[in-house]
Design a protein around this ligand. Sequence first.
Ligand code: F6P
Length: 421
Amino acid sequence: MSPFTPEKTRLVVVLVGLPARGKTHIGRKVARYLNWLGFATRAFNIGDYRRTRLGRHHRHDFFNPTNEEGNRLRNELAALALEDLVTWMRGGGQVGIYDATNTTAARRRQVFDRCSQVGLDVVFVESVCEDPAIIESNIRETKLTSPDYEGVDPDEAARDFRARIDHYTRAYEPVHEENYSYIKLIDVGRVIVMHQIQGYVTGKLVHFLMNMHLVRRPIWLTRHGESEFNVQGRIGGDSPLTPNGRNYARALASFVREHAIRPPTVWTSTLRRTVETARELHLPFMPWRALDEIDGGLCDAMTYAEIAERMPEEYAARQADKLNYRYPRGESYVDVTQRLEPVILELEREREPVLVVGHQAVLRVLYAYFTDRRPEQVLHLDVPIHTVIELTPGPYAFTERRFALEPSGSGTSDIGDAMRD
Ligand code: F6P
């Protein structure tokens, strides 16, 4: 349960759309965002149910609306996934994402009635896309690599998938139901239609979907160069960089020159150590208050040992519950997450490469979003100094690479790739 979200949230997001309209992409992104905010969110994908229960390799005929056996099996799977979703929500889930085509009014009625019967709110999110280039790239990027087509010639697989789309197109009834709450995304957000939208999470969902796009660009996260307080082991404060930290700033500038195809948008906090780091880039940058380090309040500028000695209760309280613990007159990780939400939306909206020069706690929280972590998993994530974390969006998840930069500016060592899913 989220430490700061309304507990009574019980929302089912029902995705609607022909195959290859990005439903799973949308579902996973929404799940990542809401989980990060602290809503217990889970996606139920009918394709996965089919593959697990009936095996892979179903060809387009299976999806033909005139195929009675295919219809029967598909209806059974849809009902099974919906019941699992309902059971999960009854057990404390807050947002269930029902990831299926749901392209007929009859199917939507079934889903809506079942959810309403058990007191769940429903919002339909329909993805409409007629742009052949987007559909084709979606087929190539996600469908041909799906287990459905393992070992199948890519052109043959693409032909089969297009035939599958044709079957659904014949039976497709776009969402228009007057009494439903729905959001229509047309051509990846070029047009957005909202109908009967209400509720806290649904409002967040709309805002999030409005910022989504498909442009691939790296997001680089780095802490500032080593500061005087880092050397002294003091938290917070507003100390300047050390000579070592200034060397890192120069190494970062070389990294950006080598890796950026276009000059990135650069954001820093308002604190001296991030601003001094960014200055070496000789690029415009924007200091954001929202990116300032967790506020240590009365403990600001102390070492952890000093806190333990002078304020043992505070020290113990933080050890016991680091997520919710708020420094006296300062902040908790939950507070930091809340203030970073606009930064996440802005990162989603931005189409240029972005470099964020931040701080340990703040970057843990941002990094957690991109790597699909829940709030309680944020607190000890490894975000070392003098390292650039590169995150690149893929069809369903971000790919991560880390670069440990030599502070002398003499080089970079790539310390690993990780495909996050
Ligand atoms: O020590 C560097 C620092 O950025 C401090 O300013 C900040 O209080 C701390 O890291 C956050 O890390 P943690 O939440 O683990 O104490």
